[in-house]
Ligand binder design. Structure first.
Ligand code: ADP
Length: 423
């Protein structure tokens, strides 16, 4: 009897242990399937009486795993598609998650901020150092941001201006909180041009106002008192008016020339021109002018230059401006040498004087509009501050280069080149 009871207990224990092993195996399969995100669970894995419940759990888990795998494929496909699309954009695009970590940034961002490498998952403030931008991100999240916002970023010693548009986007996964997308358009060049335009308008107004107010003042004095005025004073006043009218005229001429040179159609009329003849006749004209104060002008031209394809009027004006400056700024009786040689396939022209020279700090700015080393001296000599800008634009239109070499007290040499397109 005892034997029978013991045997029955043994069989019962063995069955219970097998069931326990089956349960453990089933749970372990379930765990593995979820970990690998693969519907690994097989049909027919029965677990005693719980077979039907287990079947339901198995098929529900399989469905869930298949659904998750599908969603992940869709999400990575969407991100890859988004990255490909954004990669070809000129504008920088970036997406940050609800914690301001970078989820996506296209190549254009690196073009704007070259130091922004390996930035994914980094915090936004570590990539773009701008408190104003972070404020804008917060405003976008709060739904109170302006549709477009202009911001200045300081990168080393330069400023980058960006026009930024931000929007909230729904996360592609089930993450809580919303992502924010920003499109960054580089407007640095526009800002620089705007600054140049503002400076230019301010400069022109200033340049026009000075002679105009002088002319106005003298005319008012003449109107009021010309009847009782000594004749010498009247002549002197009229001469001053004439001088300032001439100055206004030169300024307007130079402004028109410059604006034509900078326009889309600068009107370059190139023709085969004997370079030596062009410069020789210009020097003769200058020598004939009464204003030349006993300077000695020499001209040496390499005969191999022959004829070149240039706009003769415009190149003549380049030489005239450089010679005028040499005459204006060097002492009467001093020597001015104009040379032209062939160098590395180009015609290289040099106008050298023995004047006061130009301080080193001014040299990088000397070709800028209205830049003068000594404003008073330039105006007194009838300068407009535009002569060298006209030189630079004309030479560049011909495909050449222009530069200056000068030392204080040791004279100045202006160089320009013209491609030797002999005909
Ligand atoms: P400006 O009409 O004042 O001469 P430019 O554009 O021709 O204007 O020249 C700009 C400035 O460069 C001048 O005001 C002058 O200070 C300086 N400059 C030009 N040429 C010479 C030169 N040969 N020697 C010394 N300074 C010069």
């Amino acid at each position: 009897m005892l034997y029978l009871i013991t045997a029955a207990l043994g069989v019962g224990l063995a069955i219970a242990l097998k069931k326990l092993r089956d349960y453990r195996q089933a749970v372990s399969n379930l765990h593995q399937a979820i970990l690998e995100k693969q519907p690994l669970l097989r049909e027919g894995e029965t677990i005693g009486r719980a077979a039907s419940a287990w079947d339901r759990l198995r098929s529900a888990t399989n469905e869930l795993i298949t659904e998750v795998a599908h969603l992940q494929r869709v999400r990575s496909g969407q991100l890859a598609q988004l990255e490909t699309t954004l990669g070809s954009l000129q504008e920088a695009v970036l997406i940050v998650d609800s914690g301001n970590r970078l989820l996506l940034a296209n190549k254009a961002l690196q073009a704007i901020f070259p130091r922004a490498k390996d930035i994914l998952n980094q915090r936004l403030e570590l990539v773009l150092h701008s408190v104003a931008f972070l404020d804008y991100v917060e405003a976008v999240r709060a739904g109170c941001a302006a549709p477009q916002h202009e911001l200045e970023f300081v990168e080393g010693n330069r400023s980058i201006w960006l026009e930024i548009t931000g929007a909230l986007v729904t996360p592609l996964n089930s993450e809580r909180g919303s992502w924010a997308l920003f499109v960054l358009h580089d407007i640095t060049r526009q800002k620089e041009l705007e600054g140049i335009r503002k400076d230019f308008v301010a400069n022109v107004s200033h340049e026009l106002r000075t002679p105009l107010s002088i002319i106005k003042g003298y005319i008012e004095t003449l109107v009021d008192g010309h009847r009782n005025m000594p004749i010498e004073d009247r002549d002197r006043f009229l001469q001053t008016i004439q001088r300032h009218t001439d100055r206004l005229n030169s300024l307007l001429d130079d402004l028109l020339t410059l604006s034509r040179l900078e326009s889309i159609n600068p009107g370059l009329h190139c023709e085969s021109t004997q370079f030596a003849d062009l410069v020789t006749s210009l020097i003769e004209d200058i020598r004939g002018r009464s204003t030349v104060g006993g300077h000695f002008i020499s001209f040496a031209c390499d005969p191999a230059i022959g004829s070149v394809l240039i706009d003769p009027l415009k190149v003549s004006q380049v030489c005239a401006n450089l010679l005028d400056n040499a005459l204006k700024y060097s002492p009467p009786g001093s020597r001015i040498d104009l040379t032209a040689r062939l160098h590395e396939g180009e015609v290289e022209v040099c106008v050298r004087d023995n004047g006061p020279g130009i301080p080193e700090a001014d040299l990088p700015h000397i070709f800028e509009r209205f830049y003068r080393v000594d404003k008073g001296r330039s105006r007194e000599k009838g300068g407009t501050g535009l002569g060298l800008s006209i030189v630079k634009h004309t030479v560049q239109l011909h495909g050449g280069r222009v530069w200056v070499e000068s030392k204080l007290g040791k004279g100045t040499a202006f160089y320009f080149t013209l491609p030797q397109r002999a005909t």
